[in-house]
Write a protein that binds this ligand. Structure first.
Ligand SMILES: Cc1cc2nc3c(=O)[nH]c(=O)nc-3n(C[C@H](O)[C@H](O)[C@H](O)COP(=O)(O)O)c2cc1C
Length: 165
């Protein structure tokens, strides 16, 4: 069966850029993000841009070809700064980022599903295209999970370099 990928509407405007947006209060999400960035940067054809969710502009999102978003689970939801990020970009990006490829990563003590579902609900409205299973680390992050994060970054970066997104 032929699968026709969903392509972004205004793809030509976007650079060959992978955007990584994350928030971390006590460092676990940061460890995951650092590994994702390391993997992503191993592919020379991709530009990796790391941005603070409290500083990111809609323009930054409009000019990427894929986005990876990371958050701790707080009270069964994404963290405040990640919610702020979605509030800042939502209406300006809703038309021109349809089909944008995305992946999620989450750190939690014992769950993580609430953070994932709260982000997915908003992303459904934006019409973005999920390209990887959410990476959830519970109760800290093991060296095996760090390696999985590195692989996630490298795989998405390579896909972007190959023009898949
Ligand atoms: C205010 C607050 C609320 C939290 N709520 C949850 C929760 O609902 N479910 C859960 O599994 N962990 C919860 N946690 C634990 C964090 O998600 C977890 O420690 C995570 O690894 C923190 O990531 P960070 O080190 O990057 O900040 C909460 C932590 C804080 C500080």
């Amino acid at each position: 069966m032929l699968i026709i990928p969903v392509k972004r509407k205004y793809m030509d405007d976007a650079l060959n850029k992978l955007l990584i947006v994350y928030h971390s209060k006590s460092g676990t999400v940061k460890k995951m993000a650092d590994a994702i960035v390391m993997g992503a940067k191993a592919i020379p054809g991709t530009t990796v841009e790391l941005v603070d969710p409290l500083k990111v502009t809609p323009e930054t999102v409009k000019t990427c070809r894929a986005i990876i978003i990371g958050t701790p689970e707080n009270f069964g939801y994404m963290s405040g700064p990640i919610k702020y990020f979605f509030e800042e970009i939502y209406y300006e990006c809703i038309e021109c980022t349809r089909g944008l490829s995305y992946a999620l990563f989450v750190a939690a003590d014992n769950d993580g599903s609430g953070a994932v579902s709260s982000m997915k609900k908003i992303i459904t409205g934006l019409g973005w295209n999920n390209i990887a299973e959410p990476m959830i680390c519970k109760n800290g992050v093991t060296s095996q999970e760090i390696e999985s994060c590195r692989e996630l970054g490298m795989t998405i970066s390579a896909g972007l370099d190959l023009g898949l997104y």
